[in-house]
Design a binder for this molecule. Structure first.
Ligand code: GSH
Length: 274
């Protein structure tokens, strides 16, 4: 009980700091919290640094997720796996070293992009396709609503992030605009902010058009939140805030307290350098 109260007080303090714009102090609290979480999880399993991802798998064979701690597409799939309580083994692919372009990795995904999921011999790529595969195969904690119109709406929100925001901010695009087109660091940042702002403004309006509960589809997070939270992480990494997007902010806060999202956080991955 005491521990829960301390945690709540710390979270409240972090929120207060963020609301007054003291992002460094807020980040320091969150970093400390995540470090403690990591230590706790590591204690639970003496042998494995992947304790965070060891959840009992109903069929015995763990899936293999090839990803990178900071990759937002990998982060989406980690959240989806955690929401469904599925065990998986994490295989880091270091994007900064170019491991995604190695011959070995291209055998899994000829696109040279993470994530890839190996499940029962099947190799799956594209995070949205992977999440829908998981949803069809493991119907517990559905990622999509049962109503057809609600499903289409959630897909549209998720695609806004996954098809129209993230792809133009991907590492290879950023590298290209700098190395081939000569963009400076400042121009790169302007590019990132521009496309996230445009995407988030539309999302905010779309979310407001339909009244929801704590999450976009009502009481539970799903496909949209799997896409949104990694994009927010990315936006904040590049110095953006959610002040202009109160609904997005509210949904993010609701996700932040859930273990499925906390375990999937980049800082809690075995390959994290944070
Ligand atoms: N549409 C793909 C996007 C995958 C993607 O863009 N992955 C990024 C990381 S988030 C990547 O592997 N980037 C490597 C690179 O740009 O070289 C998906 O949803 O899986």
């Amino acid at each position: 009980m005491v521990e829960i109260e301390v945690t709540r007080r710390r979270d409240r303090h972090a929120r207060q700091l963020r609301s007054v714009g003291d992002y460094n102090a807020c980040r320091a609290i969150i970093t400390k919290k995540n470090k403690q979480l990591r230590e706790k999880l590591a204690q639970k399993s003496q042998n494995s640094p992947f304790a965070a991802n060891k959840i009992k798998h109903p069929y015995g064979t763990p899936m293999e997720l090839h990803g990178y701690f900071r990759s937002s597409a990998s982060y989406r799939v980690r959240i989806a796996l955690n929401l469904k309580g599925l065990e998986y083994e994490y295989q880091p692919v270091n994007l900064l070293n170019g491991d995604q372009r190695s011959n070995d990795y291209r055998k899994l995904n000829p696109q040279g992009l993470v994530p890839a999921l190996v499940d029962d011999g099947a190799v799956l790529t594209q995070s949205l396709a992977i999440m829908e595969w998981l949803d069809e195969k493991h119907p517990q904690s559905p990622l999509l609503p049962s109503d057809i119109a609600a499903r289409a709406r959630i897909r549209a929100l998720a695609y806004n992030v996954a098809c129209d925001i993230q792809p133009i901010l991907n590492l290879r695009i950023l590298k290209y605009i700098q190395s081939e087109l000569g963009a400076s660091d400042a121009q790169k940042l302007t590019w990132i902010h521009h496309w996230i702002e445009m995407g988030f403004s539309a999302l905010e309006t779309q979310l407001l058009q339909t009244a929801t509960g704590p999450f976009a589809a009502g009481e539970n997070p799903g496909l949209f939140e799997c896409c949104l939270i990694p994009q927010i992480y990315n936006a904040e990494r590049f110095g953006m805030t959610l002040d202009a997007y109160p609904t997005i902010h509210r949904i993010a806060e609701a996700c932040a307290v859930l273990p499925a999202f906390q375990r999937a956080h980049p800082e809690n991955q075995p390959d994290s350098t944070l």
